[in-house]
Design a protein around this ligand. Structure first.
Ligand code: PGA
Length: 323
């Protein structure tokens, strides 16, 4: 076991947690053969197999389970050590680990710009993944702070909203409904939808609106990326509901338009969250306070100009317009 490296333990922990060599490789930006090799060498160092494959499923052996528990304790202690060291160094140096939902990538990098200029010695690691994975990271305390728009109800967390995140109905700009106003939800239900993948927070929010009104949702296509959805809408494949933030960089020649539909936009917020009782590092606490005190103003200065300059108000109820 003495030959085992911290890197191998990190790779093993990711495979055990994700229950998959492929997903662990994606998470760690490694190739799958590299991940398999690291686990094989670790298994050799332990002297026992760590996984067994039954059919298509991967299981931890008893030795693997022991090692997984040990790994989590080691990484938790290391993270506490890093926090203690970062606090000793103050804000001059250190790391800020953020996990944000896919759609927040339209907002958080813009907010990180001024923050990093103020604190140039800080290294930021930004994990962008969907709602379900962010909740999993939060439950397992893998990052400093988490950004999402649907706080979990079953976890004990500290949560603060810092910015609006309206969800709007997007269509191709020549869509027959483009010039209609106050379109009934029932009429919208006749359209085919392009949806984010299962596990997405955006998808859950749309599904809820339709479930609450007892209307079926005709889903033609699932896509894991907001940008791919915008391309599919422009290609005339259907309509969708996305965060208004996804339009932040759309120019006047955009192929997309926001439909004026009853009950829309769905009003949501971006929340910054961490497990209740977690001791935030000085850097994480400073970023948390920055989001709360300055996040909204900075986001509004840097985004939506393409949308708002054409007469649409943030609440989406202004005159109908192309974006
Ligand atoms: P998503 O989350 O990117 O996973 O859809 C966004 C949200 O919850 O608003």
């Amino acid at each position: 076991m003495r030959q085992a490296t911290l890197h191998q333990l990190k790779v093993f922990e990711a495979v055990a947690r994700q229950n998959s060599f492929t997903r662990a490789a994606e998470e760690l930006f490694l190739t799958q053969p590299t991940v398999s090799m690291q686990v094989k060498q670790l298994s050799k160092a332990v002297g026992l197999p760590l996984f067994e494959q039954v059919g298509k499923r991967l299981y931890l052996t008893d030795a693997g389970k022991e090692l997984y528990t040990t790994c989590r304790e080691i990484f938790e202690r290391l993270s506490e050590f890093e926090t203690a060291i970062a606090d000793i160094k103050g804000l001059k140096q250190g790391a800020l680990k953020l996990a944000v939902v896919t759609t927040a990538k339209y907002v958080i990098p813009r907010l990180l710009g001024p923050f990093c200029q103020r604190h140039p010695g800080i290294d930021v690691s930004l994990t962008v993944t969907n709602h379900e994975y962010v909740i999993d990271s939060l439950a397992n305390n893998r990052h400093d702070l988490y950004i999402l728009s649907q706080p979990p109800e079953d976890l004990d967390v500290t949560v603060q909203p810092f910015l609006e995140n309206p969800l709007v109905v997007l269509a191709w700009r020549n869509h027959p409904l483009a010039s209609e106003v106050n379109i009934p939800l029932k009429r919208l239900a006749e359209e085919t939808f392009i949806m984010r993948e299962p596990g997405s927070g955006t998808r859950k929010a749309i599904q809820k609106v339709f479930d609450d009104s007892g209307l079926p949702l005709k889903v033609k296509l699932d896509l894991g990326s907001n940008e791919a959805i915008k391309q599919a809408i422009a290609g005339g494949l259907g309509i969708s509901v996305l965060s208004l933030h996804t339009l932040a960089l759309e120019g006047t020649n955009s192929q997309l338009t926001i439909l004026d539909v009853e009950d829309f936009p769905i009003q949501r917020y971006w929340y910054v969250i961490y497990p209740a009782g977690k001791q935030l590092s000085l850097i994480a606490q400073t970023f948390f306070d920055y989001l709360l005190n300055e996040g909204k103003a900075i986001a509004e200065q840097t985004a939506f100009q393409g949308v708002f300059s054409q007469g649409r108000k943030p609440d989406g109820h202004d005159e109908h317009c192309k974006v």
